[in-house]
Design a protein around this ligand. Sequence first.
Ligand code: NCD
Length: 324
Amino acid sequence: MASRSLLSIRDLSPLDVDALLDAAEWYLPRILAGGLKLATLRGVSSVLMFYEASTRTRVSFELAGKLLGSDTINVSAKGSSVEKGEGIPDTAMTLNAMGFGIAVMRHAAADSVALFARYFSGAVLNAGAGRGQHPTQALLDALVLRQAGVLAPGKHLAIVGDVLHSRVMRSNVELLTSRGLHVTLVAPPTLMPQEAEGALARLIHRGACEPGTVHWETNLDSVLPRLDAVMLLRMQRERMAGGLTPSLDEYSQLYALTERRLQLLPSHAVILHPGPVNRGVELTEAVYADPRCRINNQVAAGVAIRAALFCWAVDKPLIPKGQA
Ligand code: NCD
């Protein structure tokens, strides 16, 4: 069976991205309506390895796999041989020997998923690797932005918060700048990667996008009125070696999307957050009540994107034949 892996957003051509978004748009209403059951992945078993906490990503991969007829098996660090010291290569070879066609992996180390892929002969899908990449999140965000009319050249999106630790930011910057969007990173200096100072070329490995399309700012209030979309990031306390922000209280004073700041955001702009949300830190309750909020749309889009991606990974039609 032919297969291909998604380790980084750079593994996708612009045509791949368009085809995946088109297919996800086909799946989305059918998933929301309930009762979707396809046989596209019958005979293809998938293993979901989540060595880091996850709710929406893990559940959406599993749901998407089941909707397409794949047998899905979950593995977590706790209770697996990882606890006995088994490394990534041996884990990959073990799962390979069982004939899995697809492996989905989340891990705290940025190079973990690529390492796994070297020892696994099926498709490997990166579900979030350390501070590195989270390509399926960027795809689902792109779907939500496309549906809001924001996935277009010249549109302006800000990514706000814990940029330093964010794989969501890294994948999104690459995808969105390749589409001609202008991205502004907004964070206190202690949460901004060193490379972000100056030209974008130094932020993005291998110069995947044009310099000059990403900027960084420390002042959220000055950016908000110029935006078509704002993406808030979770403060990743589990990755902070200590002392990067004086206090969460101080952070939210400066960077939380509050009722007052909602008034600075244009009426057409949309609000995203990959979740999980620290309520009161990145945003206040008023955001959920705001018609511009797309946080739940992102969750639904996640199932649709992962369904399309499963088909892509094993070279099946992205949309069932005769349905396009
Ligand atoms: C993100 C992740 O795990 O990278 N969440 C997600 O996948 N929905 C962001 C985060 O953990 O803050």
